[in-house]
Design a protein around this ligand. Structure first.
Ligand SMILES: Cc1cc2nc3c(=O)[nH]c(=O)nc-3n(C[C@H](O)[C@H](O)[C@H](O)COP(=O)(O)O)c2cc1C
Length: 325
């Protein structure tokens, strides 16, 4: 059993946090990760503030264990963000923020609702700010990470900085797709790991089969760091599979397909270079949608249940760490 400050704080058995991943981290996936001993998370950021309660209630019906509520700040209306945090804190063990300056008022709201607060950060300065405003732990994201990338340096140089400077527990994110990298992060002093890309190919994921097939075939060097998919969210570097970037570049036309957005309850056209994942219910040129993936994509080799992924990482990390103890 890998007991850490993260598992003690959160009340889980495995020091692994499922990344918030928009519609990809759905209630079934979150519950499966939690039921396997990790911290499952759902993404609750939406223009409709009711969405947070609905999606968390759906996950709660599938597990009694701790859940996280991920709030991707650019996608919440500043007028309703407090309402979203209150709804999240009433239902989740952790309210998890990303892509904004750490905000003491939101952290306090999470605490007032009985939840822990955490902030995913990409630099030492941001990590110190998160600690200062009262976060219970921070997630340090290296530049290897999939999806949107706050980090500008590799995970281990960042971990070295933040582990020396902060007192609160640090969770490591970026490039962790298997037991080896999980063991390395824990051995370095991280209290847990946050994993995204590996779960996109989980059985519970509603990712489009073309996106999943691309992940299964990809190697770490196929993940590229770019700002190309910037419509709807500019100035936000991210990692996608190179082939999807090239397909978007070669695509002729303004609209690549159509998506269903659950929080809005409707279908919408997806513009070329717009940042929405290719879900099963999307139509159109799926190969030109952003295929989000970090360098950890090299560890995605088959479709398997999310719980099995958690157990595989935990068992392998524990085996490797025991060799040194
Ligand atoms: C498909 C995908 C979508 C993501 N969406 C979000 C998100 O909505 N909120 C968030 O906090 N992080 C998001 N991230 C970033 C993750 O929180 C995390 O930093 C990253 O997945 C870690 O790197 P890895 O993909 O190598 O595991 C996303 C990552 C991926 C792969």
């Amino acid at each position: 059993m890998l007991a850490t400050r993260f598992t003690e704080l959160v009340g889980c058995r495995v020091p692994l946090q499922l990344a918030g991943m928009g519609p990809l981290a759905n209630p079934r996936m979150a519950a499966a990760v939690t039921n396997a001993g990790g911290l499952g998370q759902v993404s609750v950021a939406a223009r409709n503030p009711r969405f947070a309660a609905d999606v968390l209630d759906e996950a709660r019906a599938l597990t009694d264990g701790p859940l996280g509520a991920n709030i991707l700040m650019p996608f919440v209306d500043p007028k309703t963000v407090r309402e979203v945090v209150r709804a999240a804190a009433a239902r989740a063990r952790v309210v998890d923020f990303f892509w904004a300056d750490p905000d003491p008022e939101l952290v306090e709201l999470a605490h007032a609702g009985g939840a822990l607060a955490c902030w995913q950060v990409g630099s030492l300065g941001e990590a110190l700010a998160a600690e200062r405003v009262g976060c219970d732990f921070v997630v340090a994201q290296g530049v290897e990470a999939g999806g949107h990338v706050r980090g500008r340096i590799g995970l281990f140089p960042l971990l070295s900085q933040v582990l020396d400077a902060l007192r609160i527990p640090i969770v490591a994110a970026g490039g962790i797709g298997g037991g080896r990298s999980m063991a390395a992060a824990l051995a370095a002093g991280a209290a847990g790991v946050r994993v995204g890309t590996r779960f996109v190919a989980a059985e519970e994921s509603d990712a489009h089969p073309i996106y999943v097939a691309a992940l299964l075939a990809a190697q770490p060097e196929d993940s590229v760091y770019t700002e190309a998919f910037s419509i709807g969210w500019p100035n936000a570097p991210h990692r996608v599979l190179r082939a999807s970037l090239e397909a978007a570049q070669a695509f002729e036309g303004d609209v690549v397909g159509e998506i269903y957005v659950a929080s809005e309850g409707g279908r919408f056209p997806l513009e070329r270079y717009e940042g929405y994942p290719a879900m099963q219910d999307a139509t159109g040129a799926i190969e030109a949608f952003p295929h989000w993936a970090g360098e950890s994509v090299g560890s995605v080799s088959r479709v398997q249940p999310a719980g099995e992924i958690v157990r595989e990482l935990a068992t392998e990390a524990e085996r490797l760490l025991r060799r040194w103890s």
